[in-house]
Design a protein around this ligand. Structure first.
Ligand SMILES: [Cu+2]
Length: 587
């Protein structure tokens, strides 16, 4: 049985638990948007996804600004994407259909899923294709999300709208007295460029690759200039930073304190009062805000405070922004409380660490691509950068040797933060279960990491999406505790010419081949007429897996859309090998 079938069968074997009624507020949809109590636009909420239904990705038009069409790339025509609301313990299923003209994959960010459900770019669904994502929801209750993870297309897809909430509910939260229903409010924070209204133009220049693609205009759940009518009572807000690169320093405009109750992986072990906190791309933080001291008719604004950060260009980090105006309009009570205690978290101990891994984040200013690197490396689809044994506690020491902010994200598990620059007194947004952690310039952050649920290949990368697409990403493989692999895709004892990736492609694609012995290798590209277009390799190569990039725009060539062929010829001590494969350029 193939591995994919095995996983699907094991999932089908599990009992299907009916999912609960979704959080009521999420069920509001775009039709409820028209009433207004002040200037601006009433906060919108995406529709709730029906478990087992279809998630169709396509280009479509939505009204982000009233009366104007904005072209988005979105799931089921919704920006942000439909919200998944699902109970812990149930089985999530979505039939993904790619009706867009680029490869696509869905990553369930922060959700612990089997390898083939994780949306790794190697598992991209080609235009016109489809794939069923299905997995048991084993995470703690909390605020997670989903987004595109296609190779070198993630940033553009997310910017154009391909992201949504994945909220895990947990009946165990019911006894805690937290605000629920209409008082439990998801807020996805993203930034776009006012200069480009009403379109989401994605046209990064060099400074955007350096800093990330920043905007000057916040959208909350896709709403510009947003307001939200609140009652004089306690609310739970689930904040998701769905921006490509912008970091927010969240606060209220009157500096009123509020409580942080949850991090990326669900509830903290206590509610902590703060006046502000940092929220970097990919992170989620839940807060309780009490409006009871305000009078009806007043308002207060959720904002991002100014802060100093590196970078230059038209758009910079640390800009002061108004995110969402709360208009105090009602006297309803949520009945919610700030719990005196939350369920305990068992913390890892640094003394139990079996292995320490060091990740050094650097900038390589050689020009062109691959500026941002981890341990000097740039992402290679078919290269496993390290193996981590399951159930073994590791320390990941992330050394930021660059003058850049890097929110680092690991797939497949929640970790704990040990310290920042040796300081174990962490800010409350860091303490608890995390999957994304901001590493400041020249800072060392130490994480405690353990993979307990699934083996397989996963990703560790910067969640500044321009950095990620620039190659600031590594593959790792969670393996048996004894170190036995199911398979090792890097070791092959035969000649292989692999299918290029991505395919179809535009403008560039990667071609990999394996040679079992050192050999003289020629790799050429031909057009449909058999004319020689490019020579990618023409030299002696050592045994092993190699890859080479082919760009349809390299060297001033402008190649038309269509079918191309690539041919590998290898001459080694064990004889000659030759193979031809087909690929497609789409413009
Ligand atoms: Cu980065």
């Amino acid at each position: 049985m193939k591995r994919r079938e095995m996983i699907l069968r094991s999932l089908q074997a599990g009992a299907v638990i009916p999912f609960l009624k979704p959080i009521e507020l999420l069920a509001k949809d775009f039709e409820n948007l028209l009433s207004s109590s002040g200037t601006g636009n009433q906060l919108r909420f995406p529709p709730v996804f029906t478990n087992g239904g279809t998630m169709a990705l396509a280009a479509s038009n939505v009204n982000v600004w009233p009366g104007q069409d904005t072209q988005v790339v979105a799931i089921n025509g919704s920006y942000p994407g439909p919200s998944v609301v699902i109970q812990k313990g149930s089985v999530f299923t979505a039939n993904f259909v790619n009706n867009y003209n680029e490869p696509a994959t869905i990553h369930w960010h922060g959700v612990d899923v089997p390898e083939l459900m994780d949306g790794h770019p190697k598992d991209s669904i080609m235009p016109g294709g489809n794939y069923t994502y299905t997995f048991p929801v084993i995470n703690r209750g909390g605020t997670y999300f989903y987004h595109s993870h296609a190779d070198m297309l993630t940033a553009e897809h997310v910017f154009k709208g391909f992201a949504g909430f994945f909220i895990v509910t947990d009946p165990d939260e019911a006894g805690l007295g937290l605000p629920t229903g209409n008082f439990d409010v998801p807020l996805c924070i993203q930034d776009r460029r006012s200069a480009n209204i009403p379109q989401f133009l994605y046209n990064p220049v060099m400074s955007d690759i350096m800093n990330g693609f920043l905007g000057d205009l916040p959208l909350i759940n896709g709403t510009p200039d947003a307001f939200f009518d609140v009652s004089k009572t306690l609310y739970r807000f689930r904040l998701l930073n769905g921006s490509n690169a912008r970091i927010y320093k969240i606060a209220l405009s009157d500096n009123r304190p509020f409580h942080i109750i949850a991090t990326d992986g669900g509830l903290k072990d206590s509610a902590v009062q703060v006046n502000s906190f940092f929220l970097s791309p990919g992170e989620r933080t839940e807060i309780l805000v009490d409006f009871s001291a305000y009078n009806i008719g007043q308002n207060v604004t959720l904002k991002s405070l100014p802060f100093t950060a590196p970078g230059g260009g038209t758009y910079v980090q640390g800009t002061e922004l108004n995110l969402l105006r709360f208009d105090i309009t009602g006297n309803q009570s949520s009945g919610g409380i700030v719990p005196a205690a939350l369920p305990p978290i068992s913390y890892y101990s640094i003394s139990d660490v079996k292995t320490t891994r060091t990740f050094t984040l650097t900038m390589n200013m050689g020009g062109g691509m691959n500026i941002h690197r981890i341990n000097g490396l740039t992402f290679e689809m078919n290269r496993i950068d390290w193996e981590t044994p399951q159930n073994s506690l590791e320390e990941w020491k992330i050394i930021n040797a660059s003058n850049m902010l890097h929110p680092m994200h690991s797939h497949s598990h929640q970790f704990q933060v040990h310290s920042r620059n040796g300081n174990i007194n962490l800010p409350p947004e860091d303490k608890g279960w995390k999957d994304t952690i901001l590493v400041n310039p020249f800072e060392t952050v130490r994480l405690l990491v353990k993979f307990t649920n699934y083996k397989g290949e996963y990703l560790f990368h910067c969640h500044n999406l321009e950095h990620e697409d620039d190659g600031m990403m590594l593959n790792f493989k969670v393996v048996d505790p004894v170190g036995i692999n199911e398979e090792n895709e890097n070791i092959a004892d035969d000649y292989q010419l692999r299918q290029n990736y991505p395919n179809p492609f535009n403008p560039s694609t990667k071609i990999s081949y394996n040679i079992p012995v050192s050999a003289y290798v020629i790799l050429k590209v031909y057009n449909e007429l058999g004319n020689d277009i490019a020579t990618l390799v023409n030299e002696k190569k050592n045994s092993g897996l190699h890859s080479v990039e082919f760009s349809a725009t390299a060297g001033g060539k402008v190649l038309p859309s269509g079918i191309y062929y690539y041919k590998l010829t290898a001459s080694g001590s064990s004889g000659n090998f030759s193979e031809v494969k087909k690929m497609m350029l789409i413009k």
